[in-house]
Design a protein around this ligand. Structure first.
Ligand code: NDP
Ligand code: MG
Length: 385
Protein backbone atom coordinates (compact mmCIF):
# COMPACT_ATOMS: atom_id res chain seq x y z
CA UNK A 1 0.00 0.00 0.00
CA UNK A 2 1.30 3.49 -0.87
CA UNK A 3 2.06 5.80 2.06
CA UNK A 4 2.28 9.58 1.90
CA UNK A 5 4.93 11.87 3.38
CA UNK A 6 5.76 15.56 3.65
CA UNK A 7 9.33 16.54 4.44
CA UNK A 8 10.00 19.83 6.21
CA UNK A 9 13.64 20.72 5.58
CA UNK A 10 13.92 18.42 2.55
CA UNK A 11 17.16 20.00 1.31
CA UNK A 12 19.12 19.37 4.52
CA UNK A 13 21.11 16.42 5.78
CA UNK A 14 18.17 14.59 7.43
CA UNK A 15 15.95 15.52 4.48
CA UNK A 16 18.47 13.97 2.07
CA UNK A 17 18.74 10.77 4.13
CA UNK A 18 14.94 10.49 4.24
CA UNK A 19 14.63 11.00 0.49
CA UNK A 20 17.39 8.46 -0.13
CA UNK A 21 15.28 5.80 1.63
CA UNK A 22 12.20 6.85 -0.32
CA UNK A 23 14.16 6.75 -3.59
CA UNK A 24 15.06 3.12 -2.82
CA UNK A 25 11.39 2.27 -2.18
CA UNK A 26 9.78 4.53 -4.77
CA UNK A 27 6.65 2.50 -5.42
CA UNK A 28 5.70 2.56 -1.74
CA UNK A 29 5.65 6.34 -1.20
CA UNK A 30 3.79 9.40 -2.45
CA UNK A 31 5.53 12.69 -1.68
CA UNK A 32 3.08 15.45 -0.75
CA UNK A 33 5.07 18.57 0.25
CA UNK A 34 8.79 19.35 0.32
CA UNK A 35 10.14 22.51 1.96
CA UNK A 36 13.42 24.45 2.19
CA UNK A 37 14.64 27.79 3.47
CA UNK A 38 16.42 29.28 0.44
CA UNK A 39 17.93 26.46 -1.61
CA UNK A 40 15.62 26.87 -4.62
CA UNK A 41 17.67 24.81 -7.02
CA UNK A 42 17.80 21.69 -4.83
CA UNK A 43 14.16 22.00 -3.76
CA UNK A 44 12.96 22.25 -7.36
CA UNK A 45 15.14 19.31 -8.38
CA UNK A 46 13.75 17.13 -5.57
CA UNK A 47 10.15 18.13 -6.31
CA UNK A 48 10.54 17.10 -9.93
CA UNK A 49 12.35 13.86 -9.08
CA UNK A 50 9.77 12.76 -6.49
CA UNK A 51 6.68 14.20 -8.17
CA UNK A 52 5.83 16.25 -5.08
CA UNK A 53 2.43 17.95 -4.99
CA UNK A 54 3.71 21.11 -3.27
CA UNK A 55 6.96 23.04 -2.78
CA UNK A 56 7.40 25.66 -0.07
CA UNK A 57 10.33 28.03 0.28
CA UNK A 58 10.47 29.67 3.71
CA UNK A 59 12.29 32.79 2.55
CA UNK A 60 9.70 34.74 0.53
CA UNK A 61 12.42 36.54 -1.42
CA UNK A 62 12.95 33.27 -3.35
CA UNK A 63 9.33 32.69 -4.38
CA UNK A 64 9.81 34.07 -7.90
CA UNK A 65 12.89 31.91 -8.50
CA UNK A 66 11.05 28.80 -7.24
CA UNK A 67 8.09 29.52 -9.52
CA UNK A 68 10.48 29.82 -12.47
CA UNK A 69 12.33 26.65 -11.53
CA UNK A 70 9.10 24.65 -11.28
CA UNK A 71 7.25 26.22 -14.23
CA UNK A 72 5.25 23.60 -16.13
CA UNK A 73 5.84 20.91 -13.48
CA UNK A 74 2.36 21.05 -11.96
CA UNK A 75 3.91 21.44 -8.47
CA UNK A 76 2.03 23.97 -6.30
CA UNK A 77 4.48 26.65 -5.17
CA UNK A 78 4.26 28.94 -2.13
CA UNK A 79 6.49 30.80 0.32
CA UNK A 80 6.71 32.08 3.87
CA UNK A 81 5.97 30.89 7.40
CA UNK A 82 2.24 30.38 6.98
CA UNK A 83 2.84 28.39 3.78
CA UNK A 84 5.19 26.13 5.77
CA UNK A 85 2.44 25.54 8.33
CA UNK A 86 -0.08 24.87 5.57
CA UNK A 87 2.30 22.31 4.04
CA UNK A 88 2.80 20.66 7.44
CA UNK A 89 -0.93 20.38 8.02
CA UNK A 90 -1.72 18.58 4.74
CA UNK A 91 -3.15 15.13 5.40
CA UNK A 92 -0.35 12.55 5.08
CA UNK A 93 0.68 9.35 6.82
CA UNK A 94 3.85 10.92 8.19
CA UNK A 95 5.53 14.32 8.38
CA UNK A 96 9.33 14.36 8.63
CA UNK A 97 10.22 17.41 10.75
CA UNK A 98 13.81 18.17 9.68
CA UNK A 99 14.02 21.96 9.73
CA UNK A 100 16.93 23.17 11.85
CA UNK A 101 16.23 25.37 14.86
CA UNK A 102 13.18 26.89 16.51
CA UNK A 103 12.14 28.05 13.01
CA UNK A 104 10.65 24.57 12.66
CA UNK A 105 8.37 24.86 15.68
CA UNK A 106 5.33 26.46 13.98
CA UNK A 107 5.18 23.80 11.23
CA UNK A 108 5.69 20.94 13.75
CA UNK A 109 2.81 22.27 15.86
CA UNK A 110 0.66 22.61 12.73
CA UNK A 111 1.26 18.93 11.92
CA UNK A 112 0.55 17.90 15.52
CA UNK A 113 -2.72 19.86 15.50
CA UNK A 114 -3.90 17.67 12.61
CA UNK A 115 -3.23 14.55 14.72
CA UNK A 116 -0.51 13.50 12.27
CA UNK A 117 2.36 11.12 12.91
CA UNK A 118 5.46 13.31 13.12
CA UNK A 119 8.97 11.90 12.78
CA UNK A 120 10.81 14.49 14.84
CA UNK A 121 14.44 15.35 14.01
CA UNK A 122 13.99 19.04 14.84
CA UNK A 123 15.00 18.78 18.50
CA UNK A 124 15.13 22.57 19.01
CA UNK A 125 11.34 22.71 18.51
CA UNK A 126 10.71 20.24 21.34
CA UNK A 127 13.32 21.83 23.61
CA UNK A 128 11.70 25.25 23.16
CA UNK A 129 8.07 24.19 23.38
CA UNK A 130 8.41 21.32 25.91
CA UNK A 131 5.09 20.76 27.67
CA UNK A 132 3.24 22.95 25.14
CA UNK A 133 4.18 20.45 22.44
CA UNK A 134 3.63 17.28 24.48
CA UNK A 135 0.22 18.58 25.62
CA UNK A 136 -0.74 19.28 21.99
CA UNK A 137 0.34 15.75 21.01
CA UNK A 138 -1.95 14.31 23.70
CA UNK A 139 -4.82 16.69 22.89
CA UNK A 140 -4.84 16.02 19.15
CA UNK A 141 -3.97 12.31 19.29
CA UNK A 142 -0.79 12.86 17.27
CA UNK A 143 2.22 10.55 17.42
CA UNK A 144 5.83 11.69 17.83
CA UNK A 145 8.44 9.25 16.54
CA UNK A 146 11.97 10.23 17.59
CA UNK A 147 14.44 10.49 14.71
CA UNK A 148 17.42 11.65 16.77
CA UNK A 149 19.58 8.51 16.91
CA UNK A 150 19.80 8.44 20.72
CA UNK A 151 16.08 8.93 21.25
CA UNK A 152 15.27 6.49 18.52
CA UNK A 153 17.54 3.98 20.30
CA UNK A 154 15.73 4.58 23.60
CA UNK A 155 12.35 4.30 21.85
CA UNK A 156 13.42 0.94 20.42
CA UNK A 157 14.74 -0.27 23.80
CA UNK A 158 11.39 0.67 25.37
CA UNK A 159 9.31 -1.44 22.97
CA UNK A 160 7.59 -4.03 25.10
CA UNK A 161 8.81 -2.34 28.29
CA UNK A 162 7.15 0.13 30.62
CA UNK A 163 8.53 3.54 31.60
CA UNK A 164 7.46 2.79 35.19
CA UNK A 165 9.98 -0.09 35.20
CA UNK A 166 12.87 2.01 33.89
CA UNK A 167 15.59 2.76 36.41
CA UNK A 168 17.67 4.99 34.16
CA UNK A 169 18.28 6.13 30.61
CA UNK A 170 21.80 6.71 29.30
CA UNK A 171 22.40 8.96 26.32
CA UNK A 172 25.67 8.29 24.55
CA UNK A 173 27.71 11.19 23.13
CA UNK A 174 30.53 10.91 20.61
CA UNK A 175 32.20 13.90 22.27
CA UNK A 176 32.54 15.56 18.86
CA UNK A 177 35.68 16.50 16.92
CA UNK A 178 37.22 18.57 19.74
CA UNK A 179 36.74 15.96 22.48
CA UNK A 180 40.42 15.72 23.37
CA UNK A 181 41.31 19.42 22.96
CA UNK A 182 42.61 21.48 25.88
CA UNK A 183 40.82 24.65 27.02
CA UNK A 184 43.44 26.77 25.27
CA UNK A 185 43.05 24.83 22.02
CA UNK A 186 39.25 25.14 22.25
CA UNK A 187 39.57 28.92 22.43
CA UNK A 188 41.17 28.88 19.00
CA UNK A 189 38.91 26.28 17.32
CA UNK A 190 37.73 27.40 13.88
CA UNK A 191 34.31 26.70 12.33
CA UNK A 192 35.93 24.23 9.90
CA UNK A 193 37.47 22.30 12.81
CA UNK A 194 34.25 22.36 14.82
CA UNK A 195 32.08 20.98 12.02
CA UNK A 196 34.49 18.19 11.06
CA UNK A 197 32.64 15.49 12.97
CA UNK A 198 34.56 12.21 13.18
CA UNK A 199 31.52 9.88 12.92
CA UNK A 200 28.47 11.70 11.58
CA UNK A 201 27.85 13.77 8.45
CA UNK A 202 25.36 16.46 9.52
CA UNK A 203 24.27 20.06 8.95
CA UNK A 204 26.55 22.86 10.20
CA UNK A 205 24.47 23.89 13.23
CA UNK A 206 24.15 20.43 14.80
CA UNK A 207 27.82 19.75 14.03
CA UNK A 208 28.84 22.79 16.08
CA UNK A 209 26.39 21.69 18.80
CA UNK A 210 28.11 18.34 18.82
CA UNK A 211 31.51 20.01 19.25
CA UNK A 212 30.31 22.18 22.17
CA UNK A 213 28.21 19.30 23.64
CA UNK A 214 25.11 21.53 23.44
CA UNK A 215 23.75 18.81 21.19
CA UNK A 216 23.82 16.43 24.14
CA UNK A 217 22.39 19.14 26.38
CA UNK A 218 19.48 19.67 23.98
CA UNK A 219 19.08 15.90 23.78
CA UNK A 220 18.87 15.62 27.55
CA UNK A 221 15.91 18.03 27.50
CA UNK A 222 14.46 16.26 24.46
CA UNK A 223 14.68 12.89 26.27
CA UNK A 224 13.03 14.33 29.36
CA UNK A 225 9.98 15.31 27.27
CA UNK A 226 9.83 12.19 25.11
CA UNK A 227 10.39 9.70 27.95
CA UNK A 228 9.16 11.33 31.14
CA UNK A 229 11.48 9.87 33.77
CA UNK A 230 13.11 12.18 36.33
CA UNK A 231 16.04 14.23 35.10
CA UNK A 232 18.21 12.63 37.78
CA UNK A 233 17.64 9.31 36.00
CA UNK A 234 18.85 10.50 32.58
CA UNK A 235 22.61 10.16 32.28
CA UNK A 236 25.17 11.07 29.66
CA UNK A 237 28.23 9.03 28.81
CA UNK A 238 30.88 9.82 26.21
CA UNK A 239 31.31 6.93 23.76
CA UNK A 240 33.64 8.06 20.96
CA UNK A 241 32.89 5.16 18.58
CA UNK A 242 29.15 6.06 18.27
CA UNK A 243 28.19 2.40 17.94
CA UNK A 244 25.85 2.21 20.94
CA UNK A 245 23.26 4.92 20.37
CA UNK A 246 21.75 4.86 23.88
CA UNK A 247 20.73 2.51 26.68
CA UNK A 248 17.77 1.82 28.94
CA UNK A 249 18.27 0.21 32.35
CA UNK A 250 15.28 -1.61 33.88
CA UNK A 251 14.56 -2.14 37.58
CA UNK A 252 15.67 -5.79 37.43
CA UNK A 253 19.20 -4.80 36.41
CA UNK A 254 18.81 -5.55 32.69
CA UNK A 255 20.22 -2.85 30.43
CA UNK A 256 19.12 -2.80 26.80
CA UNK A 257 21.12 -0.96 24.15
CA UNK A 258 20.61 -0.23 20.47
CA UNK A 259 23.66 -0.51 18.21
CA UNK A 260 24.11 0.49 14.62
CA UNK A 261 26.25 2.35 12.10
CA UNK A 262 26.56 6.14 12.39
CA UNK A 263 24.11 6.75 9.59
CA UNK A 264 20.84 8.61 10.10
CA UNK A 265 19.13 6.35 7.58
CA UNK A 266 18.90 3.71 10.34
CA UNK A 267 16.77 5.71 12.82
CA UNK A 268 14.89 7.37 9.95
CA UNK A 269 14.02 3.94 8.52
CA UNK A 270 12.82 2.85 11.94
CA UNK A 271 10.40 5.83 11.99
CA UNK A 272 9.26 5.44 8.37
CA UNK A 273 8.43 1.76 8.81
CA UNK A 274 7.24 1.88 12.43
CA UNK A 275 6.01 -0.43 13.89
CA UNK A 276 7.36 -2.69 11.13
CA UNK A 277 10.92 -2.71 9.72
CA UNK A 278 12.25 -1.86 6.28
CA UNK A 279 15.43 -2.63 4.34
CA UNK A 280 18.28 -0.10 4.30
CA UNK A 281 21.58 -0.28 2.40
CA UNK A 282 23.58 -0.65 5.65
CA UNK A 283 26.47 -3.08 5.87
CA UNK A 284 26.12 -5.49 8.81
CA UNK A 285 27.77 -4.14 11.97
CA UNK A 286 31.24 -5.75 12.15
CA UNK A 287 32.03 -5.70 15.86
CA UNK A 288 35.28 -7.64 15.46
CA UNK A 289 36.70 -4.95 13.19
CA UNK A 290 35.41 -2.16 15.46
CA UNK A 291 37.34 -3.97 18.19
CA UNK A 292 36.77 -1.70 21.15
CA UNK A 293 33.86 0.23 22.59
CA UNK A 294 34.99 2.78 25.18
CA UNK A 295 33.15 5.04 27.61
CA UNK A 296 34.04 8.02 29.76
CA UNK A 297 32.28 10.62 31.90
CA UNK A 298 31.66 13.99 30.19
CA UNK A 299 34.14 16.74 31.12
CA UNK A 300 31.90 19.66 32.11
CA UNK A 301 34.91 21.89 32.82
CA UNK A 302 35.90 22.03 29.15
CA UNK A 303 32.36 21.47 27.85
CA UNK A 304 29.90 23.20 30.22
CA UNK A 305 26.92 22.76 27.87
CA UNK A 306 25.51 19.61 29.47
CA UNK A 307 25.59 21.25 32.90
CA UNK A 308 23.84 24.36 31.55
CA UNK A 309 21.18 22.22 29.85
CA UNK A 310 20.57 20.15 32.97
CA UNK A 311 20.19 23.35 35.04
CA UNK A 312 17.80 24.80 32.45
CA UNK A 313 15.77 21.58 32.39
CA UNK A 314 15.59 21.58 36.19
CA UNK A 315 14.52 25.23 36.24
CA UNK A 316 11.90 24.51 33.55
CA UNK A 317 9.55 27.28 32.41
CA UNK A 318 11.27 29.66 30.00
CA UNK A 319 14.80 28.39 30.72
CA UNK A 320 15.10 25.59 28.09
CA UNK A 321 13.72 27.82 25.30
CA UNK A 322 16.06 30.61 26.41
CA UNK A 323 19.03 28.24 26.37
CA UNK A 324 18.11 27.02 22.90
CA UNK A 325 17.60 30.49 21.40
CA UNK A 326 20.82 31.87 22.91
CA UNK A 327 22.70 28.86 21.57
CA UNK A 328 21.23 29.33 18.06
CA UNK A 329 22.38 32.97 18.02
CA UNK A 330 25.82 32.08 19.41
CA UNK A 331 26.36 29.22 16.94
CA UNK A 332 25.41 31.46 14.00
CA UNK A 333 27.85 34.11 15.29
CA UNK A 334 30.60 31.51 15.65
CA UNK A 335 29.99 30.11 12.15
CA UNK A 336 30.13 33.69 10.79
CA UNK A 337 33.54 34.13 12.45
CA UNK A 338 32.25 36.75 14.90
CA UNK A 339 32.94 35.00 18.21
CA UNK A 340 35.44 32.38 19.38
CA UNK A 341 34.30 28.80 20.04
CA UNK A 342 34.46 29.01 23.84
CA UNK A 343 32.28 32.13 23.82
CA UNK A 344 29.25 30.04 22.73
CA UNK A 345 28.72 28.47 26.16
CA UNK A 346 29.64 31.73 27.93
CA UNK A 347 26.99 33.60 25.95
CA UNK A 348 24.33 30.98 26.68
CA UNK A 349 25.20 31.08 30.38
CA UNK A 350 25.03 34.90 30.43
CA UNK A 351 21.66 35.04 28.66
CA UNK A 352 20.29 32.44 31.08
CA UNK A 353 21.58 34.17 34.18
CA UNK A 354 20.76 37.72 33.07
CA UNK A 355 17.77 39.39 34.75
CA UNK A 356 14.41 37.63 35.12
CA UNK A 357 13.39 35.03 32.59
CA UNK A 358 9.89 35.48 31.15
CA UNK A 359 7.12 33.49 32.84
CA UNK A 360 6.64 29.86 31.76
CA UNK A 361 5.12 29.70 28.28
CA UNK A 362 1.69 28.06 28.04
CA UNK A 363 0.89 28.60 24.36
CA UNK A 364 2.80 28.50 21.09
CA UNK A 365 2.73 32.31 20.97
CA UNK A 366 4.27 32.50 24.45
CA UNK A 367 6.98 29.98 23.47
CA UNK A 368 7.82 32.13 20.46
CA UNK A 369 7.93 35.23 22.68
CA UNK A 370 10.46 33.54 24.99
CA UNK A 371 12.50 32.61 21.92
CA UNK A 372 12.41 36.16 20.54
CA UNK A 373 13.27 37.68 23.90
CA UNK A 374 16.31 35.42 24.32
CA UNK A 375 17.47 36.11 20.75
CA UNK A 376 17.19 39.85 21.35
CA UNK A 377 19.26 39.60 24.52
CA UNK A 378 21.85 37.32 22.87
CA UNK A 379 22.14 39.67 19.88
CA UNK A 380 22.55 42.66 22.21
CA UNK A 381 25.36 40.78 23.92
CA UNK A 382 27.05 40.20 20.56
CA UNK A 383 27.05 43.92 19.89
CA UNK A 384 29.03 44.54 23.07
CA UNK A 385 31.55 41.74 22.36
P1 NDP B 1 20.62 21.09 7.69
O1 NDP B 1 21.21 22.41 8.00
O2 NDP B 1 21.40 20.12 6.87
O3 NDP B 1 19.18 21.30 6.96
C1 NDP B 1 18.23 22.15 7.50
C2 NDP B 1 16.99 22.18 6.65
O4 NDP B 1 16.09 23.17 7.19
C3 NDP B 1 17.24 22.62 5.21
O5 NDP B 1 16.27 22.05 4.38
C4 NDP B 1 17.07 24.14 5.27
O6 NDP B 1 16.75 24.72 4.01
C5 NDP B 1 15.90 24.23 6.23
N1 NDP B 1 15.87 25.48 6.97
C6 NDP B 1 16.91 26.12 7.55
N2 NDP B 1 16.50 27.25 8.16
C7 NDP B 1 15.17 27.32 7.96
C8 NDP B 1 14.17 28.28 8.31
N3 NDP B 1 14.47 29.39 9.00
N4 NDP B 1 12.89 28.06 7.93
C9 NDP B 1 12.58 26.95 7.21
N5 NDP B 1 13.47 26.01 6.85
C10 NDP B 1 14.75 26.19 7.22
O7 NDP B 1 20.20 20.44 9.09
P2 NDP B 1 20.19 18.90 9.51
O8 NDP B 1 19.46 18.10 8.49
O9 NDP B 1 21.54 18.50 9.94
O10 NDP B 1 19.31 18.97 10.85
C11 NDP B 1 17.92 19.18 10.83
C12 NDP B 1 17.36 18.94 12.22
O11 NDP B 1 17.56 17.56 12.56
C13 NDP B 1 18.08 19.76 13.32
O12 NDP B 1 17.16 20.11 14.30
C14 NDP B 1 19.09 18.77 13.89
O13 NDP B 1 19.39 19.04 15.24
C15 NDP B 1 18.31 17.46 13.76
N6 NDP B 1 19.16 16.28 13.67
C16 NDP B 1 20.04 16.16 12.64
C17 NDP B 1 20.87 15.06 12.54
C18 NDP B 1 21.80 14.89 11.39
O14 NDP B 1 22.45 13.85 11.29
N7 NDP B 1 21.93 15.84 10.50
C19 NDP B 1 20.86 14.00 13.58
C20 NDP B 1 19.86 14.22 14.60
C21 NDP B 1 19.05 15.32 14.64
P3 NDP B 1 17.95 25.28 3.02
O15 NDP B 1 18.66 24.06 2.50
O16 NDP B 1 17.23 26.03 1.96
O17 NDP B 1 18.82 26.15 3.88
MG1 MG C 1 21.54 12.78 18.34
Amino acid sequence: MTRSISILGATGSVGASTLDLIRRNRGEWRVEALTAHSNVEELAKLCREFGASAAVIADEAHLGALKDALAGSGVEVSAGKSALCEAASRPVDIVMAAIVGCAGLGPVMAAIEQGTTVALANKEALVSAGEVMTAAVAKHGATLLPVDSEHNAIFQCLQGGKLAEVRSITLTASGGPLRTWSKQQLDAATPAQAIAHPNWDMGAKISVDSATMFNKGLELIEAHHLFPVGLDRIRIVVHPQSVIHSLVEYRDGSTLAQLGPSDMRVPIASCLAYPARMDTPMEPLDLASIGELTFQAPDEERFPATRLAREAAEAGGAAPGTLNAANEVAVAAFLAGNIPFSRIALMVESVLSEAELPSPPRTLEEVLRVDEDARRRANAMLETC
